[in-house]
Write a protein that binds this ligand. Structure first.
Ligand code: CTP
Ligand code: MG
Length: 385
């Protein structure tokens, strides 16, 4: 009987999806995309082993996936293109003694057992077979700037390719050998470039590739159809004093001003933490981290925020957006805004596009106007299942 293995390519950077981490490591309703794609293939009775092609920079993310799966994965380092990553996976597949492989994008977590059955069955008849769907939309070219419509393109006979793509290993390796340095979009194209034949089978609409932020929103809706949207708001103030530096929104600002407080007094992260607790229905920051408790003295506020996120996750919630307003005459926020946004997005595990940081003065009025303190307001939007 043919020994069938799988290669999951997960070494890309996910640039079109945005976000602080490569898309295959982003969470979808509690489990990462890679976790879901590995899980889909792991327990299929015809698949004897899985090789995951990863970027060595993602070691920590990978460890988290392995912990969540409760097992270590066989991994190899990928390359700069998908073609290079698959090549690395195929070498490992050969070393593992597989006769045939299913090559799958980590970014397609919704592949069904039925599609895997059909693909593995088809390997008895075909040396290369892929799932594909006919194009439904009308097609046309755009002008160079993509502003106006150009000539129509007939959709007759046009298909969109999916993965897993299934191959007998020997002819696939031979086709990759003939390819040289060229990079092609997928493995079926490599077979075709070598003059081979690729059989088609009907793909599945739900087996779409997570490419853009909108694809992530669609995936969330699929996984959490009954989720409701909740919001939480938070507000915090700390006194300003002369000091070497302050922490604000998780970054250090060295402008001769500091914030006074029991912890690191990061009013931005405190307002966010309270907003998260609000969305989770979990009280306020003082209840969870009493100022009277010495363990929080000088604490980095990241810890408060991460704890609040954990409580929200336990309540079945997941943040989708954060909006923060900082109110102060000084320091000027503008020069730090991008760094703050990046830091907050990383802490919340959100794409930067889903984090907004605003700043305002109060026209020299009140305590903020007099420069006695700095205030922060946050609103968190979350999906609750
Ligand atoms: N991939 C890979 N190695 C690369 C490029 C892509 O292993 N050098 C993988 C991706 O991790 C993904 C699959 O190939 O699972 C399909 O690629 P794509 O959707 O283009 O993902 P990315 O390249 O990560 O995304 P982007 O092109 O938006 O940066
Ligand atoms: Mg890519």
């Amino acid at each position: 009987m043919m020994k069938i293995g799988a290669v999951i390519v997960a070494a890309g950077r996910g640039e079109r999806a945005g976000g602080g981490v490569p898309k295959q490591y982003r969470a979808l309703a509690g489990s990462s995309v890679l976790h879901r794609s590995v899980h889909a293939l792991l327990h299929h009775d015809r698949i004897m082993g899985i090789i995951v092609v990863v970027n060595p920079d993602d070691r920590d993310h990978l460890t988290a996936v392995e912990q969540a799966l409760g097992q270590t994965l066989t991994t190899v380092a990928g390359g700069a293109t998908r073609t290079a990553s698959v090549r690395a996976g195929l070498d490992a597949a050969q070393a593992a003694g597989f006769d045939a492989v299913l090559i799958h994008d980590a970014a397609r977590p919704f592949v069904s057992p039925a599609l895997l059955d059909r693909l593995t069955d088809a390997l008895a008849e075909h040396s290369a077979v892929i799932p594909a769907l006919p194009i439904a939309d009308a097609l046309f070219r755009g002008d160079e700037a993509g502003m106006t419509m150009g000539d129509p393109v007939s959709r007759d006979g046009l298909y969109a390719a999916q993965t897993p793509q299934a191959f007998h290993l020997a002819p696939l390796l031979a086709a990759y050998d003939r390819l040289g340095d060229t990079a092609l979009p997928d493995d079926a194209a490599v077979i075709r470039a070598a003059g081979g034949t690729v059989a088609l089978m009907t793909g599945e609409a739900d087996n779409f590739k997570l490419t853009t932020p909108a694809d992530f929103a669609r995936a969330e809706r699929m996984l959490m159809p009954d989720a409701i949207t909740v919001t939480g708001q938070g507000f915090d103030v700390h006194r300003l004093e002369a000091a070497d530096s302050m922490w604000l929104c998780g970054i250090e600002i060295r402008e001769g001003l500091g914030l006074v407080g029991h912890s690191d007094a990061d009013a931005g992260l405190h307002a966010l933490t309270d907003a998260i607790l609000g969305a989770a229905g979990a009280g306020d920051i003082g209840q969870h981290f009493p100022p009277s408790d010495p363990q929080w003295k000088g604490a980095a506020s990241d810890a408060f925020l991460l704890h609040a996120l954990k409580l929200l996750a336990e309540a079945g919630g997941r943040i989708v957006h954060a909006d923060l307003t900082l109110i102060a005459e000084r320091p000027r926020i503008g020069p730090y805004r991008d760094a703050m946004r990046a830091r907050v997005a990383a802490l919340l595990d959100l794409p930067q596009a889903r984090v907004n940081i605003k700043a305002t003065t109060t026209e020299k009025l009140g305590f903020t106007g007099r420069g006695e303190g700095l205030a922060a307001q946050a609103i968190i939007t979350a999906r609750l299942s």
